[in-house]
Design a protein around this ligand. Structure first.
Ligand code: MN
Length: 749
């Protein structure tokens, strides 16, 4: 920072920056600056803020001007400076985005709007433990790094003038600065801005500690400088003697970082190592360990102070070797050993990646070089997306950040849904989720969440089995795993119920009775650990029902049932709840019409592990006589009894299973069926057919021509109807369309 570190401005009234002074500041580094633009922004903001004043009593307009001044120290482009001057007008005055766009162009309009959005986010930033997520949210919402730069400068000026703010508010603002904005500045490679923000926050949060450290630093500085030089020389000599090429530097630590590491019990600040740290910068990773070796050979090291962040980097990517050694005279020296590249990454954060992307050594050094270059790139017309990619900010673009109604921040992967949100809150909330509100409006449980969305989950009293298809629709591993588990246990329940019914039927066919207790007594003969396992095995067709009968009645032999299709009159049907066209909204909540489409994943038959499925193109309708075909390990497939496909199973009577419909009449589901229609080849014929089907409330799913002779055309139409009766009505209607429809009949695949 080019400005005085933390010097509070006093009595600014006389010193409000004039129009020409702002222009001069910009022209110093950018002779081609758009003077007219800056002048117009100045005048507009001054008029807009009018007689507003700050807590200090200064005209409010001094604030945006000072923010702009901070950004001129960073040598930022015209648009950023203008946006800084205008940054509070939308939120605090009658100005609108449209007006800013019209007067200053959409680029500046976007920047000012971005700042307005960030200011509104301030309202939810109050929880300190959310610091890391909130920083990411800022990055994700800002979209243009210049918005963040103005935001940081805004915060810096507010911190410089914090002493004017009522004491009750100071602590919160200072804490937020420490938690969110100082680390963000560090992240963006603005070490100077970070140090000043931390120093100002520290001063307000711990005034006594701050004063004490400053006083001790001043005391120790006398004579300290020479001592530091001596140590640098000794370390340098040790490296040279060991043949390690490296630069050695000593640096005074910041008051806040001294405080952070200080022994809070003794509050002592005596040792040089409390105040000065030393760095050895080398060429390669190999050199790091050789330098460390040289130091440890020359001097004893302090146990417990050695950290190897080179082989195991910190989570933020920081790499360095840390060790504290004791030089003669009991002088403790903290060493950080790292390569120059690691050093740059530490110094510039995400900026370093941009530097290296450009091919290594940059001409300009310093924290802002990358910003200048990337901003120049923006001015050359690159889209904000490319810019973000360039600066690696897309690191956060694969995430979305959402809030609970109470302001808790939840970080989720991009593409996450309210279901993911619910499981992220708590697995129990996920299991009971039955509806969602996003930003106060009812939303589908599988809607894609956006940054900043406030999400409210409505829960049922008890967990409900989620539709298996959700597993593919959610984005988080936690939600996927929970849904998979729930699906498996639901499937097991279904297999078990199916198996129990099959066992019961087998006993009745054999003319025998059974009880659970008696079956439990012969589990060992069935080689299953529990009765439920027996039923599941039967349901999965891994165990024959007749074998269960034989476990109790070893002499029983199944007679008289070979090669025959099941007799419809025979007792013992199994209920099969038709599950086609399931709308995957859990019961208990009516979603509005509009969201129905998005929230529903219609499927044909049950999927995943579930045992009941419908034969493809089987066209089984409620009202049809249906049969199930068992496939070991998979479950049963439902066919209408007249399906030609069934002939494949004629030789495997043990796989046949009687089933019946158990349709929920309130559900009004539609089922697929196929109709063959022959029509006259004349204009409007197709319209008449479609009209007849539509009038009956059936849907046409697919329609294709299959041929035709002379004046006739053959059609195959896949329709969706409620049941067999409905289909018959449709066919009857078609047949009454005079000469247009020559024939209509149901067909099976
Ligand atoms: Mn402001």
């Amino acid at each position: 920072m080019g400005r005085q570190c933390g010097a509070p401005a006093k009595g600014n009234q006389a010193r409000m920056m004039r129009q020409h002074q702002l222009i001069e500041r910009v022209q110093r580094y950018n002779p081609g600056a758009d003077e007219d633009l800056l002048n117009r922004a100045y005048v507009y903001a001054m008029k807009a803020h009018g007689a507003q004043t700050r807590a200090s009593g200064d005209p409010y307009f001094t604030h945006p001007l000072e923010v702009a001044a901070i950004l001129t120290d960073l040598k930022l482009d015209d648009a950023t400076i203008a946006a800084a001057v205008l940054h509070d007008v939308i939120e605090d005055t009658a100005a609108t985005r449209e007006e800013i766009d019209r007067l200053f162009g959409p680029e500046i309009g976007r920047l000012v709007e971005g700042l307005t959005k960030l200011r509104r986010l301030d309202l939810v930033s109050k929880r300190a433990e959310q610091g890391e997520n909130f920083r990411k949210l800022l990055l994700a919402v800002a979209e243009d790094v210049r918005v963040l730069l103005v935001k940081l400068a805004d915060r810096l000026h507010n911190m410089r003038t914090l002493h004017f703010v009522p004491p009750t508010k100071r602590a919160r603002i200072a804490q937020e600065t420490l938690d969110i904005y100082a680390p963000l500045a560090g992240r963006m490679g603005m070490q100077g801005m970070r140090d000043e923000l931390e120093d100002l926050a520290f001063r307000h949060l711990q005034p006594e500690a701050h004063a004490m450290i400053l006083a001790r630093l001043a005391e120790m500085k006398q004579g300290g400088a020479a001592q530091v030089e001596r140590i640098v020389g000794e370390v340098r000599e040790t490296m040279r003697a060991a043949g390690v090429e490296g630069d050695v530097h000593g640096r005074q630590k910041q008051p806040y970082s001294i405080w952070r590491k200080m022994d809070r019990k003794t509050l002592s600040l005596e040792k040089l190592s409390d105040i000065y740290g030393f760095r050895v910068l080398v060429g390669t990773v190999d050199d790091c360990y050789r330098a460390l070796g040289a130091a440890h050979v020359a001097w004893p090291c302090v146990m417990g102070r050695f950290k190897d962040y080179v082989s195991t980097p910190k989570q933020n990517g920081y790499r360095s070797l840390h060790s504290t050694v004791v030089l003669p005279g009991n002088r403790r020296v903290e060493l950080q050993i790292r390569t120059r590249r690691m050093h740059e990454i530490d110094e510039y954060g995400i900026a370093a990646h941009a530097l290296y992307k450009d091919g290594g050594a940059a001409d300009e050094t310093g924290a802002y070089a990358w910003l200048r270059r990337t901003i120049a790139m923006l001015n050359e017309g690159a889209s904000p997306e490319e810019f973000l990619e360039h600066t690696k900010m897309e690191l956060f673009h694969d995430q979305v950040f959402c809030f609970t109604p109470k302001g808790r921040l939840i970080a989720l992967p991009r593409g996450a849904t309210p279901i993911d949100f619910a499981y992220a809150l708590h697995s129990d909330v996920g299991a009971r989720a039955q509806g969602a509100k996003v930003n106060g409006r009812i939303a589908p449980l599988l809607a894609k969440l956006q940054n900043g969305d406030e999400v409210e989950i409505a829960v049922a009293d008890a967990p409900t089995a989620p539709p298996p298809a959700w597993e593919e629709a959610v984005a988080t591993g936690k939600a996927k795993a929970a849904i998979r588990r729930a699906t498996r246990s639901a499937a097991r329940e279904q297999f078990s119920g199916l198996g129990r019914g099959m066992v019961d039927l087998a006993f009745r066919r054999a003319g025998k009775t059974w009880t659970e207790d008696r079956l439990k007594g012969v589990l060992s003969r069935l080689a299953r650990p529990s009765l439920d396992d027996v039923f599941v095995a039967v349901g999965r067709a891994e165990l024959k029902p007749v074998d269960v009968v034989r476990a109790l009645h070893p002499s029983y032999t199944e007679a008289g049932r070979t090669g025959a299709r099941p007799d419809a009159k025979e007792a013992g049907w199994f209920g099969v709840r038709r599950a086609a066209n399931l709308v995957f909204r859990r019961p208990g909540r009516e979603a509005p019409e509009a969201s129905e489409e998005a929230s529903a994943i219609p499927i044909r038959g049950l999927q995943g592990d579930l045992p009941v499925r419908f034969a493809p193109d089987g066209g089984a309708l409620p009202g049809d006589r249906i049969v199930g075909i068992l496939t070991p390990g998979e479950g049963i497939t439902i066919y209408p009894i007249q399906s030609p496909a069934l002939s494949k199973f004629d030789d495997a009577p043990e796989r046949w299973l009687d089933v019946r419909w158990d349709v929920d009449p309130d559900r009004r589901e539609l089922f697929p069926a196929r109709v063959a229609v022959t029509i006259a080849n004349e204009p409007g014929a197709l319209g008449i057919v479609a009209g007849a089907i539509g009038e009956r409330g059936a849907n046409i799913d697919k329609l294709r021509f299959t041929g035709g002779a002379a004046d006739l055309r053959d059609l195959v139409i896949d329709v969706e109807v409620q049941d067999l009766q409905h289909l018959n009505d449709v066919i009857k209607d078609l047949k009454t369309r005079g000469k247009t429809v020559v024939n209509a009949e149901r067909v099976h695949a």
